[in-house]
Design a protein around this ligand. Structure first.
Ligand SMILES: [Zn+2]
Length: 323
């Protein structure tokens, strides 16, 4: 069924983590003529081809890479051609006429065109194009966004505060003073399809696009299981008590560094008491209403974005595939 699409669900990229420490080999892969490099600008991948939205991969030495910050990060080998893929941070490039308000928004609709590239190439918000990328393109874009954002925010040692330098082809940083190793960070998040008979529990956060509702979600805390995090978050945010919980699927969500654990949980109580610090509102939605929401024809509720795991979990529920 068409609704059962989850972006970032894995594209078969061969990450070849065993060769990341081999600097001469990394250099040869980068300059050997087969390298495919994804330029990223402030978290936005380069997208080509207006009609189809494919990733804008460029060869080593392309003029657009002249303003690259640091060395490119090795992402792995493409599953079909075996070509090595890298990510390049173009954040230092200053395009003319940037809409500062748009680039700071929850969802940035603006796109930036680099003069060294054809007109159909532009840097675009990943959430807006993700559902149209192929699985391997989506994996490349998610990995590039996650790892480059980590470098951007981890220039100093969390232990002693001195500067850190990248190593292992961009997959580690080492402190220049105390020698501590730092590894890319992934934050576990639970996202849950909470049902009670024929109804599903949806909520919306402050500042979301008008009418948009989604599955409840929250960060897993240190020392906590996924199942306990599901029960705690739902009770904190809505007052609803949850019984049995089971895992369904996961999705990397590099906005900026989450790994979503999609779970199903059975509610034991129905009364909703929203915590206004956490949510703007929450409600039970019937299966019949949810069909209209997912079809985009419900008068009051907008569905979560296609490609996101919340959309996938809700589509699975409607298709009777979560039991
Ligand atoms: Zn240090």
């Amino acid at each position: 069924m068409d609704g059962l699409v989850m972006t970032f669900g894995g594209g078969g990229l061969d990450r070849a983590s065993g060769i990341r420490m081999d600097a001469p080999r990394m250099g040869a892969l980068l300059t050997g003529g087969k390298a495919q490099i994804l330029p990223m600008w402030r978290g936005k991948p380069l997208i080509a081809d207006e009609g189809r939205n494919r990733l804008g991969l460029v060869p080593h030495g392309h003029p657009v890479l002249a303003e690259m910050r640091g060395a490119p990060v090795f992402l792995g080998f493409l599953p079909d051609s075996g070509a090595p893929v890298f990510a390049a941070d173009m954040t230092g490039w200053e395009p003319t006429g940037v809409d500062a308000a748009a680039t700071a928004a929850f969802f940035d609709p603006s796109e930036q065109h680099h003069p060294a590239l054809p007109m159909d190439h532009r840097f675009a918000e990943l959430r807006g194009v993700m559902a149209r990328l192929t699985p391997v393109e989506a994996e490349i874009a998610a990995t590039a966004r996650g790892i480059l954002t980590w470098h951007e925010t981890h220039g100093h040692c969390a232990r002693c505060g001195a500067g850190t330098e990248p190593e292992a082809a961009g997959w580690q940083r080492r402190c220049t003073a105390c020698g501590a190793h730092h590894f890319p960070r992934t934050d576990p998040v639970v996202i849950m399809l909470i049902t009670r008979g024929n109804e599903v529990l949806l909520g919306r956060s402050h500042g979301w696009p008008e009418g948009m509702y989604s599955c409840l979600a929250g960060f897993v805390e240190p020392g906590e299981t996924i199942e306990a995090a599901v029960r705690r978050e739902v009770e904190e945010e809505t007052g609803v008590r949850v019984g049995a919980v089971r895992y369904l699927a996961s999705q990397p969500w590099p906005f900026p560094a989450s790994l979503m654990f999609g779970c199903a949980g059975e509610a034991e109580t129905a009364e909703i008491r929203v915590d206004p610090n956490e949510l703007e509102s929450a409600q039970w939605v019937t299966r019949e209403d949810m069909v209209a929401v997912m079809a985009g024809i419900h008068p009051g509720i907008r569905a979560p974005r296609q490609g996101a795991i919340a959309h996938y979990l809700l589509a699975m529920w409607l298709a009777g595939q979560t039991d």
